[in-house]
Ligand binder design. Sequence first.
Ligand code: UDP
Ligand code: MG
Length: 311
Amino acid sequence: MISLVIPIYNEELLIEKLFYRCTQALSTITEDFEIICVDDGSQDRSLEILKSFHKKDTRFKVLVLSRNFGHQAAYTAGLQHAKGEYIAMMDGDLQDPPELLASMHQKLLSEQLDIVHGKRQKRKEQWGKKALIKLFHFVFKRFSQISDVNDVGNFSIMNRKALNAFLSLTEKNRYLPGLRFFIGFTQGFVYYDREDRQDGEAKMSTLKLINLALDAIFSFSDLPIKICLYTGLIGMILFFFAGLYTLISKIIGIAIIGWSSILLSLYFLGSIQLLFMGILGEYVFRIYKETQQRPIFIVKEFYSEERNYNN
Ligand code: UDP
Ligand code: MG
């Protein structure tokens, strides 16, 4: 059995297409599948439409979260409810072609892999967004010790063994593509060109994307805290020599009485201190969130009753 998990947040324009393309694509692999759409607190007619398709085919299941928890949480919720032996993840905006799942599944079986990721060769997003994504992958790759994450997103398929390991990770700041690499096992790639979303507006605002990137960087590398450390060290060395210079110029009597230099260094030091306090604050906040032990998501309803789908 194959489970396909799809997070849905205000995608009313796309659900019909999604339903037909996914059921079609999965039937080419097996008739024994389930599609778990996780409604992440949609405010439009998404839930209503999802439920109407569930009535049509109960393999199309609807997991309703109690509010908007963000798409990484929605994926986690869906994965926890998946019953299949093989479990796939895909965004609900059809940027990733569900038809590719067949070859991803094929690769998983024939090469005896545990996880197959879809790796994007081309992207069709706007250039600004594309540039930000590139920058993020560049930084993440250098500092996380996970080099393969380049151009890999949520689109993937894994077996039960990998999923169980994946679900055992309970941290609250979740960057799923990174976590998928973290668990290890044997992993492979299928290459594809990524489309632009098929309809509607992007549901991940720029701010949400930046937050996700920060989650990824803070939870997978010590780069931010290293920046503090090294800047502090370099600053100390610089100020040692500056101090030495002032002392000597005082002794030999060429000291300049300069307001501007004092003001400038004050501003400089002040802003650096604020920046680093912010970075420290990020760590403290993350530790605080982990210790609160709040759930990653809360389920309101689950539409999944079985019926014979052949008639
Ligand atoms: N999504 C979600 N909750 C959110 C934001 C987005 O479940 O708070 C879903 C959305 O419906 C879509 C997927 O996550 O199926 C990816 O969203 P989007 O395409 O807007 O993200 P991007 O392509 O910009 O990464
Ligand atoms: Mg998208």
